[in-house]
Ligand binder design. Structure first.
Ligand SMILES: *[C@@H]1O[C@H](CO)[C@@H](O)[C@H](O)[C@H]1NC(C)=O
Ligand SMILES: *[C@@H]1O[C@H](CO)[C@@H](O)[C@H](O)[C@H]1NC(C)=O
Ligand SMILES: *[C@@H]1O[C@H](CO)[C@@H](O)[C@H](O)[C@H]1NC(C)=O
Ligand SMILES: *[C@@H]1O[C@H](CO)[C@@H](O)[C@H](O)[C@H]1NC(C)=O
Ligand SMILES: *[C@@H]1O[C@H](CO)[C@@H](O)[C@H](O)[C@H]1NC(C)=O
Ligand SMILES: *[C@@H]1O[C@H](CO)[C@@H](O)[C@H](O)[C@H]1NC(C)=O
Ligand SMILES: *[C@@H]1O[C@H](CO)[C@@H](O)[C@H](O)[C@H]1NC(C)=O
Ligand SMILES: *[C@@H]1O[C@H](CO)[C@@H](O)[C@H](O)[C@H]1NC(C)=O
Ligand SMILES: *[C@@H]1O[C@H](CO)[C@@H](O)[C@H](O)[C@H]1NC(C)=O
Ligand SMILES: *[C@@H]1O[C@H](CO)[C@@H](O)[C@H](O)[C@H]1NC(C)=O
Length: 712
C-alpha cells in the first residue's frame, strides 16, 4: 500500500497538499504497537503531564504575533537549486492555499511572488495531539525561486495564511557561479543531535557570521530515533551507563550533575537517558525540536543534508532486555521480551523508510538528475559537491531493500525476513548484488563525467559512511566496493564522511587503501593525485546523545590515520582558497579553535608546503618536500614513514558535556524553564532559573541530556 488513508483524505480535502509522492511505506503486515510510542512510562502523554521526563521546547522560526495560536511557521530551511533557492517551511496545519513567498532584490521592495506546493505525511502523533502549536510540524511547504543571479542576496517574506503569522523579511544569497574564482568557506558536519552539540552549534552560528556560504550535514540529523535507546543501564557493556549516584564514566571523571538527579519515580534508565533522551521522548517531537534549534542556521544559509542511518526508521536495535520488542511489537509498555523480534513492521508506518527525512528537507535531487534528498550534486565557485547515499542504493548497503531480505526473489518478504531499518531502494536496480546496475551508481558516473574541471577544479564527495577508519567495520568494504574506484578514477579530491563519532584525518589513500606517500608534503599538507589517491576525513563529532567513539582498550590507530581526536566535539571548515589550494580544518565546539588542519595543493601550481600551518620540521618527507617545493611533480616516496605523525587524544570525560543551547526551553511538571546562554561543560555550575508556569519564555535547568547507546 502506498499512501495512508489520512493522506488520501487530506489530498481530497486540500487540493494544494500533495499526498506525499515518496517514500513508499509497505504495510503488508499490520503495525501492532501503541498508537503513539512515547518513551516515558510514567508520563505517556505526548505533551507531558508533569510526572515523567521533561519535554523540551525550542523557539519557532516565526514568532507568533498573537498568543491565540491556531497555526504557525515553525521551521524555515534554505537549500540550493540550480540558479536559485528552495525555501522550505513547516507548519502544524495546512495553509488552505498554495504556499508562497513575496520577494525582491531589496528588503523594502518585495514586489515579486513565487508559489510552490505542500506535502504532508501521517506523523505519529499528529500535530492535532500536540498542545503547543509552535512545537509541531506536519505540513511541509516548498517554494522555489529560480532564474536568479549568482552570488546575489535577495529578500523575501512568507505571508500569513490560515492562522500563521507572516515571517519577518528574511534573505538568502545565491550560490557563486561555477568557475568564478575566489576563496569561500563552508561548514561540514556529521552526526549532530542535541545533546553534546551545543558547542558545535555555537561555532556554526559563528561560522555563518564569519561568512560561511552554506552548511553541509552528511547524515545523522537530530537523532530522533534515539527517543527510546538513550543511556543504558549498567548491566549493558556500553562503557557509559546509568546507575544513579553510583554511575561511573570512563576515565573516572566526575559524573554529570543530571546523573545525580533521581529519575522520576517509576522511570527506568534505558528510556532515553537519565532525564529524557537526546531531546525528548517522542520520535517526531525530536525532529521538530532539533529543526527549530537549527533555524538559527537554516534560515540564514542553505542547509544541505545527506541521509544517515539515524534517518532510516524509529529505531535501530533492541535494548538489553528487548524492551522495544515488548513495546512496539507486543504493545506492552515498560516490559521485556524473550528475544528481539523487531522487523520493518515494528515502527509506525510513518516512521519507516526515511519518511521524516524525505519530508523535512528539500534537496535538489530532481534538479540534478539524482533522487530527492538521497543523492544530488551542486556547484559553488571553484568546487563541485557530490552528495551520495551511503545507507541504501548500492550492493550490500547498510540498510537493506526488501529484495535483499528475500535473497533476490521479488515478492514482498515475510514479516520475519525483514529488519527494522529496511529502506529503499530510492532508485531503480537491475541486479541488487551489482552496484553498477543501480540508478545511484549510473547517476554518479554521469555526474562525474559532466564535471568541467576548468570551472570546478575541486571535486568533493560526501557520504555518511567512511571508506576507511581505525574503527574498522564491514560496511566500509561495501562502500569502497561501490564507489571508491569510480571516485578515484575521476579525480575526486576529497571524500568526507562521519558516522564514527570522532575526528580522524587519514593520509591520502590509493584505491587499495595504501598510503600515497609521494603525495604527502608534510604532516599538514598533501598534494592531490588525480586517478591515484583521495584525501579522507571522518568527522562525526558534531555531538549527540551517543557521545563519542573510542578505540578499544589496547587498540592502536591504523597507520593510515594521520590524526585521531576522540575528545573534542566540533565540525569541519572547508575552505576553497583558489584553483590549486584548499584546506580542511577541525573547528572545536568548545572555543572555536582549530584542532587540526590539512591543506591540499594541486601539483604544478607553484604552491609549496609553506601554506602548511604547522612546522614540518621533524618530518623526513617534508624536509625532502621543502627542498623540492616549487612546481614539483615527483614524489618523495621511499623514505617517508607515516607512523610518527599519528597523534591520538586520550579520552577525558569533560568531553561528555551537556549543552543547554541558548534559548532552550523546557517544561517540567507545570513549570516552564529556560536556559540562557550556552554552557560548555556539564560539570560547570549552572543556575537554573524557573520563569513561570505558563509562559513560553524561558530559562532553566539543563534538560536531560547526555550520552550513549551502542553503535554510532
Ligand atoms: C522506500 O521508498 C522507496 C521510494 O518510494 C520505495 O521504492 C521502496 O520500496 C521503499 N522501501 C521500503 C523498504 O519501504
Ligand atoms: C482566538 O482564535 C479563535 C479561532 O481563530 C477566535 O475565534 C477567537 O476569537 C480568538 N480569540 C481571541 C481572544 O483573539
Ligand atoms: C487551517 O488550520 C486549522 C487549524 O487551525 C486546521 O484545522 C485546518 O485544517 C487548516 N485548513 C486547511 C485548509 O488546511
Ligand atoms: C550500581 O550501584 C550500586 C550501589 O549503589 C552497586 O551496588 C551496583 O553494583 C552498581 N551496579 C552496577 C552494574 O554497576
Ligand atoms: C517499570 O518497570 C520497572 C521495573 O520493573 C519498575 O520498577 C517501574 O516501577 C515501572 N514503571 C512503571 C511506570 O510502571
Ligand atoms: C548479478 O550480479 C552478480 C555479481 O554481483 C552476478 O554474479 C550475477 O550473475 C548477476 N545476475 C544477473 C541475473 O545478471
Ligand atoms: C600499514 O599497515 C599495513 C597493514 O598492517 C601494512 O601492510 C603497511 O605496510 C603499513 N604501511 C606503512 C607505510 O607502514
Ligand atoms: C602533526 O599534526 C598533528 C595535528 O595537527 C599534530 O598534533 C602533530 O604534532 C604533528 N606532528 C608533527 C611531527 O608535526
Ligand atoms: C593559491 O593559494 C595558495 C595558498 O594561498 C598560494 O600559495 C598559491 O600561489 C595560489 N595559487 C594561485 C594560482 O593563485
Ligand atoms: C521573558 O522573561 C524575561 C525574564 O523574566 C523578561 O524580562 C522578558 O520580558 C520576557 N519576554 C517575553 C517576550 O515575555
Amino acid at each position: 500500500m502506498r499512501s495512508t488513508t489520512a493522506a488520501v483524505a487530506l489530498g481530497a480535502l486540500l487540493a494544494t497538499v500533495h499526498a506525499a509522492p515518496k517514500p513508499d511505506v509497505d504495510e503488508s503486515y499490520p503495525y501492532t504497537g501503541p498508537a503513539v510510542p512515547v518513551g516515558d512510562w510514567v508520563d505517556p502523554d505526548p505533551n507531558g503531564n508533569g510526572k515523567g521526563f521533561p519535554r523540551l521546547v525550542e523557539a519557532p522560526a516565526v514568532t507568533p504575533s498573537s498568543d491565540n495560536l491556531t497555526n504557525n511557521v515553525n521551521v524555515i530551511a534554505l537549500s540550493y537549486v540550480p540558479q536559485g533557492i528552495n525555501i522550505h517551511y513547516q507548519t502544524p496545519f495546512g495553509l488552505g492555499e498554495d504556499p508562497s513567498v513575496n520577494w525582491g532584490s531589496s528588503a523594502d521592495s518585495l514586489g515579486k511572488k513565487a508559489t510552490g506546493y505542500s506535502h504532508t505525511y501521517d506523523r505519529t502523533p499528529p500535530c492535532s495531539m500536540i498542545s503547543a502549536v509552535t512545537q509541531c510540524s506536519q505540513f511541509f511547504h516548498e517554494v522555489q525561486i529560480t532564474g536568479l543571479h549568482p552570488s546575489t542576496t535577495y529578500y523575501y517574506q512568507i505571508p500569513a495564511a490560515n492562522g500563521t503569522t507572516a515571517s519577518e523579511v528574511l534573505s538568502f544569497t545565491t550560490a557563486r557561479e561555477a568557475g568564478v574564482d575566489g576563496e569561500f568557506t563552508i561548514a561540514v558536519l556529521n552526526d549532530m543531535g542535541y545533546t553534546n552539540a551545543g558547542g558545535t552549534f555555537k561555532q556554526l552560528v559563528q561560522a555563518i557570521d564569519d561568512g560561511a556560504a552554506f552548511a553541509w550535514h552528511g547524515g545523522d540529523i537530530s537523532y530522533a530515533d534515539d527517543w527510546y535507546s538513550g543511556i543504558l543501564p549498567c548491566e549493558d557493556d556500553w562503557p557509559v551507563c546509568y546507575n544513579g549516584t553510583s554511575t561511573e564514566l570512563p576515565g573516572g571523571f566526575p559524573i554529570p550533575a543530571e546523573y545525580l538527579v533521581p529519575l522520576p519515580e517509576g522511570e527506568v534508565a534505558n528510556q532515553g537517558g537519565p532525564q529524557g533522551g537526546d531531546m525528548s521522548v517522542l520520535y517526531e517531537s525530536n525532529w521538530d525540536l532539533w529543526q527549530q534549534w537549527i533555524n538559527a542556521l537554516s534560515t540564514k544559509i542553505p542547509y544541505m543534508v545527506l541521509p544517515g542511518n539515524h534517518e532510516a526508521s524509529c529505531g535501530e536495535f533492541d535494548g538489553p532486555n528487548n524492551e522495544l520488542t515488548a513495546y512496539l511489537v507486543d504493545d506492552e509498555a515498560n516490559s521485556t521480551a524473550a528475544k528481539s523480534t523487531l522487523t520493518y513492521y515494528s515502527c509506525p508506518p510513518s516512521q519507516r523508510n526515511f519518511t521524516a527525512y524525505q519530508h523535512r528537507f528539500r534537496m535538489p535531487g530532481t534538479e540534478t538528475g539524482g533522487v530527492g534528498n538521497m543523492w544530488y550534486s551542486f556547484d559553488y565557485g571553484l568546487a563541485h559537491f557530490i552528495a551520495l547515499d551511503g545507507e541504501t542504493d548500492f550492493a550490500n548497503s547498510p540498510e537493506w531493500p526488501f529484495i535483499r531480505d528475500t535473497k533476490g526473489k521479488h515478492q514482498t518478504p515475510t514479516e520475519s525476513e525483514t529488519f527494522i531499518t529496511d529502506s529503499g531502494p530510492f532508485g531503480d536496480i537491475d541486479n541488487y548484488t551489482d552496484t553498477t546496475t543501480y540508478q545511484q551508481y549510473k547517476w554518479l558516473v554521469k555526474d562525474l563525467a559532466a564535471i568541467d574541471r576548468q570551472k570546478t577544479p575541486w571535486v568533493i564527495a560526501m557520504t555518511h559512511r567512511p571508506m576507511y577508519s581505525s574503527q574498522v567495520s564491514s560496511y566500509q568494504a561495501a562502500v569502497r566496493a561501490a564507489f571508491e574506484e569510480l571516485l578515484i578514477e575521476n579525480g575526486v579530491d576529497v571524500y568526507l564522511s562521519g558516522h564514527i563519532h570522532w575526528y580522524e584525518r587519514l593520509w591520502p589513500l590509493t584505491g587499495t587503501g595504501a598510503i600515497d606517500t609521494p603525495s604527502i608534503i608534510d604532516n599538514n599538507t598533501y598534494y592531490t593525485n588525480p586517478g591515484v589517491s583521495m584525501t579522507h576525513i571522518i568527522n562525526g563529532m558534531a555531538g549527540n546523545i551517543e557521545s563519542h567513539s573510542t578505540l578499544s582498550t589496547g587498540q592502536s590507530p591504523l597507520n593510515i590515520t594521520a590524526v585521531l581526536d576522540f575528545q573534542h566535539y566540533g565540525f569541519s571548515k572547508l575552505k576553497v582558497i583558489n584553483s590549486t589550494a584548499m584546506s580542511l580544518s577541525f573547528v572545536l565546539g568548545q572555543d572555536g579553535s582549530v584542532g587540526d588542519e590539512v591543506t591540499l595543493l594541486k601539483k604544478g601550481s607553484g604552491s609549496s608546503s609553506s601554506t602548511s600551518t604547522s612546522s614540518p620540521t621533524a618530518c623526513t618527507a617534508s624536509s625532502i618536500a621543502s627542498s623540492t617545493a616549487s612546481g614539483i611533480t615527483t614524489g618523495f616516496a621511499s623514505t617517508y614513514t607515516p607512523p610518527p605523525y599519528v597523534t591520538t587524544t586520550t579520552e577525558v570525560v569533560t568531553a561528555y558535556t551537556t549543552y543547554c543551547p541558548g534559548n532552550t526551553v523546557f517544561t517540567q511538571g507545570s513549570s516552564t524553564y529556560s536556559v540562557t546562554g550556552v554552557r560548555f561543560h556539564l560539570m560547570s555550575s549552572v543556575s537554573l532559573v524557573q520563569i513561570s508556569s505558563d509562559t513560553n519564555n524561558i530559562t532553566s535547568p539543563p534538560p536531560s541530556q547526555s550520552l550513549t547507546a551502542p553503535a554510532p
